[in-house]
Design a protein around this ligand. Structure first.
Ligand code: EPU
Length: 417
């Protein structure tokens, strides 16, 4: 298994280009199921999750070609409506093929994604919504089997906003018969990006980014030609790394309007931000000030940035309190960050972080994608050497992370194993 070896204590300096958003490109790739033809997607990051979605589409009956950051996807007429366990188990986001497969072919058989390191992560709300749209759903040997001759528009109310649940309904409703109204819809930028991509295909969607989305089903869509938004979580991760190393870095291709809650916390901890011709300049000159953070659905502070901010707060002046309110088990990184000498205690869904002056390099183990990012941030700030094991988690969601960090002056190397 590959490892990352970091010699900490180097300031990050220079410019880095933010890649396309993982959580936007995955549902947008799934949206190509909705109509035949040659689809083109730009600003596609080169990530393991993107290759997994490519393999899933190939399994379903698509040819997927990647050329740099452009992906061309075309149907080869096979039309298998099955998403097997082997692919779904490696990537929960595979569940976003359920809505489009069912809407287009009248049938879908998708492996239940099951729990993962960060929590149980059920898909009951996805299924409830599709049932309301007229699907007959059964669970057979670990698979969701959904059938409907043609889905019908419906009024759907989510108990809590679900990102991929909203995305499944958006795609299914785009070619359903009649109007679908989604209340308490997720408002994340990735949901808006999917809606924009669908609208560019001819879908009639209003209200994406607001709590209520209305979709008027159309008879058919046209192929996609779309460029995905930059990854706000990758941008936020670099911001935290710059703050950790008292660096000075320009983030190119960054949508700062998607980063308000992250920028707010970092700014009050002492990070300086300024707009430059080339992008957003992020600069830190001091020991960070402690912050209290509660993760919330967008536009609140994202759960996908909780671990990275915790790594930063571990060296803050003062005590920080971080509450995780989205996933029940997203503190797996705590035990690892403590190996750097951090002083953190957990009680239920709240972590109390008493800032220490400095961290010391240590052998640590990645447990999930964002936890891995927090360990990279810890390692960059720590004195001495850090080895991060199981970094395959990192490759799922961060494009060329060690190349990008090396270009900014970090001492980081991959040891193949
Ligand atoms: N939930 C249910 N039932 C459902 C669906 C969700 O109870 O049917 C619960 C979840 O267990 C969770 C909450 O609702 O407590 C919100 O989960 P959501 O459905 O919004 O999460 P998701 O769609 O599975 C996406 C991202 C995650 C990100 C979350 C929250 C993608 C592919 N994944 O997951 O990204 O953490 O939204 O913002 O978009 C990551 O990139 O590292 C990652 C985990």
């Amino acid at each position: 298994m590959d490892k990352l070896i970091i010699k900490g204590g180097r300031q990050l300096k220079g410019s880095v280009r933010i890649s396309g958003a993982k959580n936007a490109v995955l549902p947008i790739m799934a949206a190509t199921i909705l109509c035949p033809g040659d689809h083109r997607i730009d600003n596609v990051p080169s990530l393991r999750d993107v290759s997994t979605m490519g393999r899933l589409l190939e399994h379903i009956g698509y040819d997927v070609e990647a050329d740099g950051s452009c992906a061309v996807i075309r149907s080869n007429g096979q039309n298998v409506t099955d998403a097997p366990y082997e692919l779904v188990k490696t990537m929960r986001a595979s569940v976003v093929v359920l809505g489009p497969l069912l809407a287009r072919y009248g049938r879908a058989r998708v492996s239940l994604p099951g729990g993962c390191a960060i929590g149980a992560r059920p898909i009951n709300m996805h299924l409830m919504a599709l049932e309301k749209m007229g699907a007959k759903i059964t669970l057979e040997e670990g698979y969701v089997v959904a059938e409907a001759k043609r889905l019908k528009g419906a009024d759907i109310m989510f108990d809590i906003p679900t990102v991929t649940g909203t995305e499944n309904v958006l795609m299914a409703a785009s070619i359903a018969d009649g109007v679908t109204r989604i209340e308490n819809a997720a408002r994340e930028p990735e949901v808006i990006d999917l809606a924009d991509a669908l609208v560019s295909m001819g879908a009639k969607i209003e209200g994406a980014g607001e709590g209520i989305i209305t979709v008027e089903g159309v008879e058919g869509l046209k192929p996609l030609d779309y460029s995905v938004i930059p990854d706000r979580i990758e941008a936020g991760t670099f911001m935290a790394a710059v703050a950790m190393t008292k660096g000075d870095v320009i983030l190119e291709n960054c949508r700062v309007d998607h980063l308000d809650s992250i920028v707010d916390k970092l700014r009050s901890s002492g990070v300086e931000f300024s707009d430059e011709k080339e992008g957003l300049r992020v600069k830190m000159n001091r020991r960070p000030l402690s912050q209290n953070i509660r993760t919330m659905p967008y536009p609140g502070f994202p759960t996908d940035m909780q671990a990275q901010l915790m790594a930063l707060m571990s060296i803050a002046e003062g005590t920080s309190v971080i509450t995780e309110s989205i996933f029940e088990n997203r503190f797996m990184h705590v035990a690892e960050i403590k190996r750097f000498g951090a002083d953190i205690t957990i009680e239920g869904s709240t972590a109390t972080i008493r800032g220490v002056r400095s961290l010391k390099g240590a052998p640590v183990m990645a447990t999930d994608l964002r936890a891995s990012a927090s360990l990279v941030i810890g390692g960059l700030g720590a004195v001495g050497e850090t080895t991060i094991d199981r970094i395959y988690h990192l490759d799922r969601g961060y494009e060329s992370i060690e190349t990008k960090l090396t270009a900014l002056g970090a001492d980081i190397n991959r040891s193949k194993g």
